[in-house]
Ligand binder design. Structure first.
Ligand code: ADP
Ligand code: MG
Length: 698
C-alpha cells in the first residue's frame, strides 16, 4: 500500500463510503491522509458542569437527560435543545437550525459537548457546540480533530477509517523534504506530522506537525519561484535605452492627465527595459485604473528604438478592444498596429494613411516576421508556432499569468537566446502583505489611485424586502438607455448537498428565466456562464457591447477587462458568497463611462458578520484595502486557489507568518545553491514540477 492506493483497499471502506469520500474528492490513501481537519476541539481541559460560572469555551462529558425540538417565538427558527447531566449538575445545549440533532441524541446517551457557553433566559447554556457520542468515559483522544463534513461522513467516522493506517504510516509515507532541511529546521518527519494532525498527542506536538506541513507547502512554492528567478537571471535580455522625450509627445497629447502612480509605474517599467536581463514585472491596478495606457507608453519607447511589441489578451473581445484603443493612441506616431485573433484579423498602417484594413492571417504573420507590424495585439493565436517576430523586445500580457521563458523565446525569429521583456498586468489585487512575504523578490508596480474625474459607483446593500424597488430602478436606468449586469453565484440547479453553503442560491439559468419572464418581460435578457463555449460567450459579449442586450445575467466568469461604458448597474445575487475583492472586481465593470453607476448587493443572509463585511464595500474602498480585509477575514485561499492549498486553515495562517516564510526561503535558497535542478531529490523535484503549472505568477 502507498499513497496512490485506492481507498477501497482500506479496511472498513466499502462501496457506500467510497462513494461518499469521492464526493470529498478523496480517492486514494494519500488523499485521505491529506484530508486535514479544519479545526480541533481541545478536550484536555474537560471540566464539570459545576465549574461553569461564566460565559466562555468549555468541554464537558455527560448523559443526555432531555431532548426536544422547537421554534423560536419571534423569528420562527427551528432549534434542538438537550439537557446534559454529569456528576455535578445539569446544563442545556441549544443548536439553531439543526432540528435533526435532537432526533439523533436520545435520553440516556453519553456525549461530549465542546464549545461556547453563553447567558440566556434559562441561565448559562452551550450554543451550537460541537458534540460527539462517546462510549463510557471517553479518554482516547484529548484533542479531537474536526474535519470539514459532508452529509454521512462525520469526523468520528473519518478518524475511524484513518486509524488502521497509523500503524503502517512510517512505511507508507515517503519523506518529501531532504534530511538536512528537516534537521536544520528542527522539523518532524512527514509520517509523524500526519499522525499528529489526525491523532494529536498534545498541543505542542500538534503545533509542530502543523508547522512541518506548512513548511513543506511554502518550501515547494519557494523552490519553484526561486528556481524560475535564477533561471531567468541567467538569460540575456534586450536592453532598450530610456529616452523620456520619446514618450513625452504621447503623454502630453493624451485626453487626460496621467495619475501619479501611472507615471511611477511607467518609469519603473522603462528602467527595467534598460537592463540586459529580461524584465519580469507585474503591474497591478484596480479595474479602470488605467493600466493599458502605461503599457502603451512602455511599448512606444520600445518601438521608437526599432523593436516590436506583442500584446496578448485573454479573449477576442478584449483583444479587439485593446487594438482599437492602442491603434488610436499610437496613430500620431505612424506606428503599424495589427490584430491577430484567428478571425477577421486587422491592420492599421501608415501605408494605408491610418485606415484600418482587414488582412489575412498569413499576411499579418508575414508582416510580423518582416518587422513591419510594430505592435501586434492578439489572443492566444499569438503564440502559435508560425508566429515569429523579427525583433521582439517586449511582451505585454493582460490578465493572464502563465507565460514561460521558453514561450517568450519562441516568439523570436532569429536569436532566441535573447529573451524579450515581460510585462504582466492584472486587476486582481494581491494584498501587499502577501505579495511581500511570498513574492518578496518579484518586481511589482502598483497603480493605487484612480483617475480623478472618475465617478464613484454608488453601492447599496439590498435586503430581501427591497428587491422589487431595486429592480424598478434597474428598469428606469434601462429606459434611459443604459444596460445592467446581474451576477449569480451558481450555474445550474444540480445535485444538492444539504450542507453546501451554495444551497438555495439563485442559479444563472433559473434566474435568467425568472428575470426574463417575471421581472423584465419587455427587456432583452441573456446569460453568460463558464460552461458555454468560447464562440457562444464571445457572441453574447459582442451583442452586449453593441447594445443588443439590456440585461446580462452571468456567473463570475464575466471578464475583468471588459469595457462597456454604457452599463450603469451591477446587481450581485448572493453577495455574501463572494470575497470582498471579487465583489469589487464585479463592481468595477460599471462606472467606466460618463454615467453615474450603481451596484446593488443582494443578500439573503441575516448574519451580522456578513452585513459588516459587505458594508466595507459601501464606503468605496480601493481593491487593495479590500484585499487586505479579505486576507484578514477569509485567509489567503482566495489569492492562491483553495484546491492547491487544501482546506486546512493552518497552512493559510502560516502564509501570514513572516518569520516562517523567511526561514523557508533561506532553506530553499540553500538547497538550490547546491542543486538547482533538484537532481538529488527526485521526489521533491516531482512535486515542484507539478506545482509550476499551477502557479499564479511566473
Ligand atoms: P484597466 O486598468 O482596468 O485596464 P483601462 O486601461 O482600460 O483600465 O482604462 C480605463 C479607462 O480609463 C480608459 O478609457 C482609459 O482611457 C481611461 N484612463 C486611463 N488613465 C486615465 C487617467 N489618468 N485619467 C482619466 N482617464 C484615464
Ligand atoms: Mg485592462
Amino acid at each position: 500500500m502507498d499513497f496512490s492506493t485506492p481507498i477501497s483497499n482500506i479496511q472498513n471502506i466499502g462501496p457506500f463510503y467510497e462513494d461518499r469520500l469521492k464526493r470529498l474528492k478523496i480517492k486514494t490513501v494519500g488523499d485521505l491522509l491529506f484530508h486535514f481537519p479544519c479545526r480541533y476541539e481541545d478536550l484536555s481541559e474537560k471540566t464539570t458542569v459545576s465549574l461553569i460560572f461564566s460565559e466562555g469555551k468549555y468541554s464537558i462529558e455527560g448523559e443526555v437527560t432531555k431532548s426536544s425540538t422547537g421554534r423560536t417565538p419571534r423569528q420562527n427558527i427551528s432549534f434542538s435543545e438537550i439537557t446534559i447531566k454529569d456528576n455535578t449538575g445539569e446544563i442545556k445545549a441549544v443548536w439553531l437550525n439543526q432540528p435533526y440533532i435532537a432526533k439523533n441524541l436520545k435520553s440516556g446517551e453519553r456525549i461530549i459537548v465542546s464549545g461556547n457557553v453563553k447567558h440566556s433566559r434559562d441561565g448559562l447554556q452551550f450554543i451550537n457546540p460541537y458534540y460527539e457520542k462517546t462510549k463510557k468515559n471517553f479518554s482516547e483522544n484529548k484533542i479531537l480533530p474536526i474535519y470539514p463534513e459532508t452529509r454521512g461522513v462525520s469526523s468520528k467516522w473519518i478518524r475511524f477509517v484513518i486509524s488502521p493506517l497509523l500503524k503502517d504510516l512510517d512505511t507508507l509515507t515517503k519523506e518529501t523534504l531532504p534530511g538536512e532541511v528537516i534537521r536544520e529546521n528542527n522539523l518532524c518527519s512527514l509520517s509523524q506530522a500526519l499522525r499528529e494532525i489526525h491523532f494529536p498527542s498534545s498541543q505542542e506536538s500538534l503545533e509542530r506537525a502543523k508547522k512541518r506541513i506548512s513548511f513543506e507547502r511554502i518550501f515547494l512554492l519557494q523552490l519553484s519561484l526561486l528556481r524560475q528567478k535564477v533561471l531567468l537571471s541567467q538569460k540575456k535580455g534586450i536592453p532598450v535605452p530610456v529616452k523620456i522625450e520619446k514618450v513625452q509627445d504621447l503623454v502630453e497629447n493624451l485626453p487626460f492627465q496621467l495619475t501619479g502612480s501611472q507615471k511611477k509605474a511607467a518609469w519603473q517599467i522603462m528602467k527595467d527595459l534598460e537592463k540586459n536581463t529580461p524584465m519580469n514585472r507585474l503591474l497591478e491596478g484596480d479595474v479602470g485604473s488605467g493600466k493599458t495606457v502605461v503599457a502603451v507608453i512602455a511599448s512606444l519607447s520600445v518601438i521608437k528604438e526599432g523593436y516590436q511589441v506583442a500584446f496578448m489578451a485573454p479573449t477576442e473581445v478584449l483583444a479587439r478592444q485593446h487594438f482599437d484603443e492602442i491603434a488610436k493612441l499610437l496613430w500620431r506616431f505612424k506606428i503599424d498596429v495589427g490584430l491577430l485573433t484567428g478571425k477577421k484579423d486587422k491592420l492599421r498602417s501608415k501605408k494605408l494613411k491610418g485606415d484600418t484594413l482587414e488582412i489575412s492571417r498569413k499576411k499579418l504573420i508575414e508582416k510580423a516576421m518582416e518587422g513591419e507590424v510594430e505592435l501586434l495585439v492578439g489572443t492566444h493565436a499569438l503564440i502559435q508556432k508560425e508566429v515569429k517576430f523579427k525583433n521582439l523586445a517586449l511582451v505585454v500580457l493582460d490578465e493572464q499569468h502563465r507565460f514561460g521563458v521558453e514561450q517568450r523565446a519562441n516568439l523570436c525569429l532569429k536569436d532566441n537566446s535573447l529573451i524579450p521583456h515581460l510585462l504582466s498586468m492584472t486587476a486582481t489585487p494581491i494584498p501587499r502583505t502577501l505579495a511581500l512575504t511570498l513574492y518578496g523578490d518579484l518586481n511589482l508596480s502598483v497603480i493605487d489611485e484612480m483617475p480623478k474625474e472618475r465617478k464613484k459607483v454608488k453601492t447599496f446593500l439590498i435586503p430581501r424586502k427591497k428587491r422589487n424597488q431595486a429592480c424598478s430602478f434597474v428598469k428606469k436606468e434601462i429606459k434611459k438607455g443604459r444596460q445592467a449586469f446581474f451576477i449569480c453565484p451558481r450555474i445550474e440547479e444540480g445535485e444538492e448537498n444539504p450542507q453546501s453553503p451554495w444551497k438555495g442560491l439563485k442559479s444563472v439559468e433559473k434566474e435568467k428565466e425568472r428575470l426574463a419572464r417575471e421581472v423584465f418581460p419587455d427587456l432583452r435578457v441573456e446569460m453568460l456562464h463558464g460552461k458555454m463555449n468560447t464562440t457562444e460567450k464571445e457572441k453574447i459579449m459582442k451583442d452586449f457591447k453593441n447594445k443588443k442586450i439590456d440585461i446580462l445575467v452571468s456567473t463570475s466568469v464575466i471578464e475583468v477587462g471588459i469595457d462597456i461604458k454604457n452599463a450603469s448597474v451591477m446587481v450581485i445575487e448572493g453577495a455574501e458568497m463572494f470575497g470582498l475583492s471579487q465583489l469589487h472586481q464585479f463592481r468595477g465593470r460599471v462606472g467606466r463611462g460618463k454615467f453615474q453607476s450603481f451596484c446593488f448587493l443582494f443578500t439573503s443572509s441575516g448574519s451580522k458578520k456578513t452585513k459588516r463585511r459587505l458594508k466595507a464595500l459601501l464606503s468605496s474602498k480601493s481593491g487593495f484595502e479590500l484585499a487586505e480585509k479579505d486576507l484578514e477575514i477569509r485567509g489567503p485561499g482566495d489569492f492562491l486557489g483553495k484546491r492547491q492549498w487544501g482546506s486546512a486553515d493552518f497552512t493559510m495562517d502560516a502564509l501570514k507568518n513572516r518569520h516562517l516564510i523567511e526561514e523557508v526561503k533561506e532553506a530553499a535558497k540553500k538547497i538550490l545553491e547546491k542543486d538547482l535542478f533538484l537532481q538529488k531529490y527526485p521526489l521533491l523535484k516531482k512535486r515542484v514540477d507539478s506545482l509550476k503549472d499551477k502557479l499564479h505568477l511566473e
